[in-house]
Design a protein around this ligand. Structure first.
Ligand SMILES: CC(C)(COP(=O)(O)OP(=O)(O)OC[C@H]1O[C@@H](n2cnc3c(N)ncnc32)[C@H](O)[C@@H]1OP(=O)(O)O)[C@@H](O)C(=O)NCCC(=O)NCCS
Length: 176
């Protein structure tokens, strides 16, 4: 378990899967905005790695996010696209709707930075998010991420193209 101020990041447990399926992945709009690929239904019992995790992929680490107080599941966090030559990786997270806006997302980013920089020895972490995702942009910037550019009309989301913002943070810039 990796611990932040408000949340912990642990392995995916079997009992997390139906909650994540119902509250995150089956929300078509949320999935379309967060996934970068078309939504498609996942059956109960699906082994899709977004749901069950994939311990065999060295470039991808999936966490379940739980509240520090009580251990209730609140969402998912991933370090993906891990490149051990350039020592870079991407960050992704998604919280259950009822748990958003409580500072958990900011804390998840902090814990993923600790994992990326301290545990994995990476040099650069990157986030891509929709330009209108104020909560994600703020959670990233609170942790020191810098806006490096706008990827114009790079995301097809529910019938239209949206801009994405690219943010980066280097190990030497990060303040734990
Ligand atoms: C994006 C997400 C992870 C942010 O986590 P969160 O716990 O909701 O965010 P926090 O409570 O840590 O808030 C971070 C900042 O955003 C602000 N914020 C939170 N919700 C907001 C909203 N709906 N609109 C505008 N600002 C918001 C907070 O006030 C805070 O700002 P501050 O640092 O200036 O005080 C979460 O909202 C989520 O899971 N959204 C859906 C999935 C998603 O978009 N994932 C990211 C894909 S790249």
């Amino acid at each position: 378990m990796l611990r932040g101020e408000k949340v912990g990041l642990r392995a995916r447990h079997d009992e997390d899967v139906p909650v994540l399926l119902a509250e995150l992945y089956d929300d078509v709009v949320n999935s379309a905005r967060a996934e970068g690929r078309p939504w498609r239904p996942l059956s109960p019992g699906s082994k899709d790695p977004r749901l069950v995790g994939d311990d065999t992929n060295p470039a991808h680490v999936s966490f379940s996010v739980v509240e520090s107080a009580g251990g209730t599941l609140v969402g998912t966090a991933t370090l993906w696209g891990i490149d051990t030559h350039n020592r870079t990786a991407h960050i992704g997270l998604g919280l259950l709707p009822s748990t958003r806006g409580k500072g958990y997302g900011t804390d998840v980013v902090a814990v993923l930075c600790h994992y990326g920089f301290v545990v994995r020895g990476l040099q650069r972490l990157q986030i891509e998010t929709l330009a209108d995702n104020t909560a994600m942009l703020r959670a990233a910037e609170r942790n020191g991420f810098v806006r490096e550019g706008v990827l114009r009309s790079s995301a097809w989301v529910m019938g239209g193209f949206l801009d994405q913002v690219l943010l980066g943070l280097l190990a030497e810039e990060w303040k734990a």
